[in-house]
Every structure is written in structure tokens, then in C-alpha cells.
Design a protein. Sequence first.
Length: 93
Amino acid sequence: MQAGRAPGVRALLEEWRLTPAGSGTHVRWTFAADGPAAFRLALTVARPGLGHSFRTAVRTLDARLAARRPPPAARRLPRNGPSTATGRGGAGW
């Protein structure tokens, strides 16, 4: 929680929660604010716009990341087999 310095804002709280979801990530954004009644009313009116803006930003980020993602075959790590005749991996120590 952060104390607000803007006139009328008493406190702001923001949480980003990222959880694995299949081959992607589920993003949940929680935003809360406290202030006088007029400020809370303004946030209530702005809520649909804030949600739309957040969803648009996450979709745009997803599209940019997908465009930079290498093909699945290039993402696979090489299989690490034993590097010495003793069967132990690593530098052969």
C-alpha cells in the first residue's frame, strides 16, 4: 500500500498476479484506491475504461511476445548426456 500524494487520494494498492495457464500465463491485475466520495465515484465511473485499457495492454504484450518467440524446435534445450566415460555429467570431475 502506498500513501497518495495527489490531492484527494489517500491510498493506492496494486497487485499483479501471474500464474501458469497451459502454454501461457494468466495475468490478474487488482487495483484499489481510497479517497473522498467524489474520488471513489470517479473511479467507479472509470472502472470499465480501466479494465478495457488493461486487457488491451495485456493482449498487445502477448502479441509482441508471440512475434518474438522462436519456433518450438528452437526452444528445446539440448539433451544433456554424460560428458565423461564414468557416466557422470558435468566437467568430468
